[in-house]
Design a protein around this ligand. Sequence first.
Ligand code: ADP
Ligand code: MG
Length: 338
Amino acid sequence: MSRIRPLPDHLVNQIAAGEVVERPASALKELLENSLDAGATTLSVDLAEGGSKLIRVTDDGAGIARDELSLALSRHATSKIASLEDLHRVRTLGFRGEGLASIASVSQLLLSSREAGSSQAWRVEADNGSIHEAEPASLSAGTSVEVRDLYFNVPARRKFLKTPATEYAHCEDAFKRIALSRPDLALTLTHNGKVQWRLKAETASERMRAVLGNEFADTMLTIEAQAASLRLTGFAGSPTVSRASRDAQFVFVNGRFVRDKVVLHAVREAYRDVLHLDRQPLYVLFIELDPEAVDVNVHPTKTEVRFRESQAIHRFLFHALNKALAETRAGAAVSAEA
Ligand code: ADP
Ligand code: MG
């Protein structure tokens, strides 16, 4: 056997990238979340070839100081938490400090930023493990991250990317999740030079209509329920509007898109009496609870969570939705009698 040696940083980042950056859409998600954490209100996304050639996210958030630009690209460097206590009550979408470092290790990454109140923008470039000196850049405010040729230096991984159309569809999903969760944001998505989405800041129900269509928006039920520190808001599709696939089911826990078995099961059960089992309901639900009651540090991509009291969550969701859906049935019965 060989001797034990520490791995070089660049390789450590590339190994982490295997988990955090599965495909262009995962890199896009990391960049969008960083913009949200920076307090951005306007976001624009440019993609080329489904994101495999280019992903550029430009925001009007707080920006990064010149002397912190290279730190932003270093592993385990974050402005979001500083202690284990912070981790337990984290309210930002990021906190692991590995998103940019991972992406930079498997792409050509250019980070430009102008810190609020600063007279000049600066940029740094990451090039196969080394970070160049900061250079002046032109940017009126906020941050722009440009990711080119994802996995150019990991051919085995690059081979697993699907067609640009498929990768684009995944990127669009990541974009829609952000769009649904934050109707107050103005968002643009461009692919191969063509504008695909242009959303202005609007109300939640207007945003539902813009992203999920008229059929859903015309019939959706507004959900609002509260029990102690648990809060559920959002929109549940009428049973008359269903799909064969689950592609219009969105659950956000404290603003973060998650796929959670407990939640999915509770919703499924609530629809059980009103929707045939092989049909899928549409819904966009926001669960809010004390950050200490949910662990988001389960997996690097953070789409998995663990609720401290999962049974209480299940009961609460089931009852809130079941009640709303039962009222539509009662309403339908009344109008049928009339
Ligand atoms: P994390 O989001 O977990 O902190 P990242 O590697 O994604 O880790 O980002 C590292 C740091 O770079 C962030 O903590 C933040 O301070 C800064 N940063 C990244 N993207 C932006 C952005 N769009 N605007 C402002 N600061 C950013
Ligand atoms: Mg991040």
